[in-house]
Design a protein around this ligand. Sequence first.
Ligand SMILES: [Zn+2]
Length: 274
Amino acid sequence: MGPRPRGTRCGLASSESREATSLNNTALPLECADDVFFVEGPASNWIILRDGKEFTVIDSGYPGDGVDFVESIRQLGLEPRNMAALLVTHGHVDHTGSARMLSEEFNIPVLSGAAEQGQMIGRDKNQVSTQQVLLRAWQPRVFRWMRHIIAAGGSKGTCVPASGVFTNELLAGLPGLPQAIDTAGHTPGHTAFLLASGALASGDALVTGHPLSTVTGPQRLHPMFDHDRAMAGRALDQLQTCAATSILPGHGKALRMPIADAVQLARRSPAPTR
Ligand SMILES: [Zn+2]
């Protein structure tokens, strides 16, 4: 048997990176630590945690990213049917795009925090409205992003009827040994995951770029995306103490940086005013 497919060996971005967030990536898995793969999707990211033939995935892009999503798994020599679980940081559609397909076609457990279940099963909609974003669509970069997310199914919302809730015991048995960190605020049940490698899957609690942002590096999302902005600020306190050494965000590039420094920069980063 030959060597296992490894994806692209990491180059995590440094804190000085000034590259703009791209909408034209080819979803290549980037190995950030042994068997921890970060995939920068067309407009949101996902993470693959491999353990032999089994694996865990955190988040799954937009519905329209499904081909890229499955291809990124196969590039690592893995098959979707062997996925131990799909964990979602939160129920926004840019993180749950392939969740229903995985649940219904492959019987994969789709798991979120308990307070996120309303959003996951389609009962609640804690998501920015198209109108709120359209108000800003006169900016060219926002217009390009809007065009992409509409084509990728961004207006569909999330509905995964078989979605379930993770427990700490269940997480402890999954490839990658993810530990949940309650980071409610962006949504009522947002969860970040600290991985055994020291990487933090920060979801949308802390990102490193976004098409609506003019800066790169650790930052918070535009306030209109947050369910409870003050609570989302307190979520950063939770992250600050978790001893992560690299950040794998829901949007933007992976970054090697102690979490305390990243949180400090995110708090200082200028809040978008438009
Ligand atoms: Zn979100």
